[in-house]
Write a protein that binds this ligand. Structure first.
Ligand SMILES: Cc1ncc(COP(=O)(O)O)c(C=O)c1O
Length: 297
């Protein structure tokens, strides 16, 4: 993957019409309030050197508020464990939940992170299918792939690469098949790129980050929402592996959450079901194709 990205970098030095189809990285920068929110902390040593292995308390509180307002779920802020992105979260989760010989169930096709981080801890990776025509999780293949060694089942919605959405009903069906035999982990990193459906946050264990929806790709802030039990071990793993997530982009993440509701860069569009949804201008290349008449600024 990075080989192609490095090749693209070389091409870009000579040509101005290179279209990158390598990393899921927006060509647009993070929004102005996000960048501004990082400047002052970056210049202030006391703030820039704050060390909180599980994340800045202000960001964890802000995330708890976000989930209350957006999804109506009441979660204490200590259940949000901040990390340097979903990538780190998956590495930590697998280290916590899986030992050699255990099995991790992963969608096919999938983003390679799950396979790689599961194999790093000696797990065997098995797949369940996402149907390329209906874009639904194939429940029969999920059922068939479950074994007594299954420790983790990963769901990714909206999914990479298909863009398939696992709605509440389907998620409950998946949960019924897993039936407490393994930990369900939901990667919801593209939830802010969901424009026609209601966003649905599912999981017992959930991972998300600011890379995609807020275009903070290289600023490296993500989070896991975990049950009561894994809070402490997740924080300890973070402490010893990374010490802390840089506080500066965490201030940017707080601004990203604040500006999502107030920014004039959010459009309101009417989805297929007649519901009104918000859409961040410029998050995807296709944003301009939405009718400007539907824009509310
Ligand atoms: C489905 C999925 N999960 C996780 C990641 C990694 O994201 P992060 O930047 O939070 O590490 C990506 C990045 O492309 C992705 O597509």
């Amino acid at each position: 993957m990075f080989v192609l990205d490095e090749m693209a970098h070389e091409y870009e030095k000579k040509h101005d019409d290179v279209i990158r189809m390598t990393l899921g990285k927006s060509e647009l920068p993070p929004s102005a309030p996000v960048v501004e929110a990082m400047l002052a902390p970056a210049a202030d040593y006391r703030t820039a050197s704050l060390v909180f292995p599980a994340g800045l308390p202000q960001l964890r509180d802000r995330l708890a508020l976000e989930y209350q307002q957006r999804y109506g779920v009441h979660l204490p802020s200590n259940r949000f464990v901040i990390s340097t992105g979903t990538s780190t979260t998956f590495r930590n989760l697998h280290q916590l939940l899986v030992t050699e010989g255990d099995e991790v169930l992963v969608p096919l096709p999938c983003y390679p992170l799950y396979v790689f981080t599961a194999r790093l801890v000696g797990a065997r990776v098995r797949h369940y299918r996402v149907d390329p025509h209906s874009l639904e999780v194939d429940l029969a293949s999920l059922e068939a792939a479950m074994t007594p060694r299954t420790r983790v089942v990963i769901v990714n919605s909206p999914g990479n690469p298909f863009g398939n959405v696992v709605d509440r009903r389907r998620f409950l069906e998946i949960d019924a098949i897993v039936a407490g035999r393994a930990t369900l982990v939901s990667d919801e990193i593209y939830v802010n790129c969901l424009f026609d459906d209601e966003p649905y946050s599912a999981a017992e264990l959930m991972g998300n980050s600011f890379s995609k929806g807020h275009r903070m790709y290289a600023r490296r802030v993500g989070y896991a929402i975990v049950g009561e039990e894994p809070v402490e071990p997740m924080s300890v793993i973070q402490h010893h592996k990374a010490l802390t997530t840089d506080p500066v982009p965490q201030f940017g993440a707080i601004a990203a959450l604040d500006s999502r509701r107030t920014s004039p860069n959010w459009w309101t569009v009417t989805g297929h079901g007649g519901t009104t949804r918000s859409r961040p201008s410029g998050t995807c290349r296709t944003s301009g194709s939405y009718p400007p008449a539907a824009a509310s600024t």
